[in-house]
Design a protein around this ligand. Structure first.
Ligand SMILES: *Cc1c(COP(=O)(O)O)cnc(C)c1O
Length: 450
């Protein structure tokens, strides 16, 4: 295929547009091909096939323009085709696509690690190692913690999600669809209760006491290599622990020689209104796993942390053929520059102050949203049967489907499948936020009456 300048300029619509039903005939034809060729185990929330995306809008094969409240699961924080990302990726692809950092290295990898040392919480000496996926980063963080401590046990929490590889399946809480039928799982993983203010009614310190008591009595503090935790749980339901929970756990880890490992794969890179969610309560993790928002969708992930922990693994103990691919590193550097120059952490706070009051009003009006929560551009509504706290997964599914039919991409999550989560690109305009929210409000009002 010859590439002309013309084919490099993608369409840039300004608003939602419904040309056909969603998915339309062109998407349905593609879906038929997909069903014949693609494994059933990989599913899609909304099978509208995307041909271009920009400005928080997705254009599909039928010419429909959808508002993106998902960012490809918290990945396109800087947008789908941010100029700084596109320019750097284009240049890097022309110069070279791969050498393997483990064979002959290149500067981009080093530059990303320098940026991570600067941006992550804490001013201690830090080092990083790069991988491709979030699961790979979490799994390697556990390897590092075990090598550094000489201990084996890993503590995780109810509602946790850490990935789909064998070790990260063991760390993940929910059986269907993530673990069901895929055992045996890795040993020496212990699950304890977390903090879920809407459902446990506990203060942060109270919830931490219960978790720590469980660890001390059932595992033994001196057996634990790492406590692995999402500062705000993602797939598990956008559960923000009560204030004081994370600081108490972190302090206990420090006192007991346990590595406090923050899985910031979903919460990182300005998503929650801070560069990293841990820093909101001044928590300084020993290790941080990052991925999703780091490189605008190019496969890149990282483990960053105390230099002495990272250096506990000998040469050759960490790595991978593609880890820290040069084009992915170029994308990360472009993303980080965009986050800095456009102050996307503040932009995420703007999203929060625009969206949260609307969700709270919708909860008060309809009575079927038991809890509204989240921070920055990581916000959620938990659906329940009116007057109870009983999860309503069916209503949640219907509301999401109604939004999809009207051209707004929302995602669901939660152990009980009863949470609608909003993850717009951080720069999404108030106009598009308003329009997307109006669709969501309409969908809830309509579905509640059914
Ligand atoms: C998505 C996610 C992962 C797994 O990342 P992949 O890139 O899908 O492997 C791990 N932890 C958290 C918190 C996530 O949200």
């Amino acid at each position: 295929m010859t590439t002309t300048t013309e084919t490099l300029v993608a369409p840039a619509p300004r608003q939602r547009q419904l040309r056909t039903e969603i998915p339309g005939p062109a998407s349905r034809a593609l879906q038929e091909r997909r069903t014949a060729a693609v494994a059933a185990g990989v599913s899609s929330t909304l099978p509208a096939y995307i041909t271009s995306a920009s400005g928080g809008l997705l254009t599909d094969a039928d010419g429909n323009v959808l508002i993106d409240f998902g960012s490809g699961i918290a990945v396109t924080n800087v947008g789908h085709s941010a100029p700084e990302v596109v320019d750097r990726v284009r240049k890097q692809a022309c110069w070279f696509t791969h050498t393997c950092f483990m064979v002959t290295p290149y500067e981009g990898y080093v530059e990303v690690c320098e940026a991570l040392a600067e941006l992550t919480p804490g001013d201690h000496a830090k080092k990083s190692v790069l991988f491709n996926s979030g699961a790979e980063a979490v799994e390697n963080a556990v390897k590092i913690a075990r090598a550094a401590t000489g201990r084996q046990a890993v503590v995780v929490f109810d509602h946790a999600y850490h990935g789909r590889t064998n070790l990260t399946m063991a760390l993940t809480a929910k059986s269907v669809p993530y673990k069901h039928g895929f055992g045996p799982f890795a040993p020496e993983v212990y699950r304890v209760p977390g903090s879920y203010p809407y459902r446990d009614g506990l203060s942060g310190p109270e919830a931490a006491r219960i978790a720590i008591d469980r660890i001390e009595k059932q595992i033994g503090g001196d057996q634990v290599a790492a406590v692995v935790i999402e500062p705000i749980q993602g797939e598990g339901g956008f559960i923000e622990p009560a204030p004081g929970f994370l600081p108490a756990l972190s302090a206990w880890c420090t006192a007991n020689g346990v590595v406090f490992m923050a899985d910031e794969v979903q919460t990182g890179f300005c998503r929650t209104g801070d560069w990293f969610a841990s820093s909101r309560e001044g928590v300084v993790p020993d290790l941080i796993a990052t991925a999703k928002g780091i490189a605008a969708g190019l496969p890149l992930s990282a483990v960053t942390g105390r230099a002495e922990l990272l250096d506990a693994v000998g040469p050759g103990g960490l790595g991978g053929t593609y880890g820290g691919n040069p084009i992915a590193c170029a994308a990360a550097l472009g993303s980080i520059e965009t986050m800095r120059t456009s102050d996307l952490a503040s932009s995420a706070q703007r999203v929060e102050s625009f969206v949260l009051p609307r969700l709270r009003a919708l909860a008060a009006e309809t009575g079927v949203i038991g809890d509204v929560r989240g921070r920055g551009a990581m916000l959620a509504a938990e659906f329940v049967r009116a007057g109870t706290s009983e999860p309503d997964a069916d209503l949640t599914k219907r509301v999401a489907a109604a939004c999809h039919a009207l051209g707004v991409v929302v995602l669901t999550c939660g152990t009980y499948g009863n949470v609608i989560r909003l993850l717009p690109p951080l720069s999404l305009s108030n106009e598009l936020l308003d329009e997307g929210l109006s669709v969501l409000e309409h969908a809830v009002r309509t579905e509640v009456r059914k």
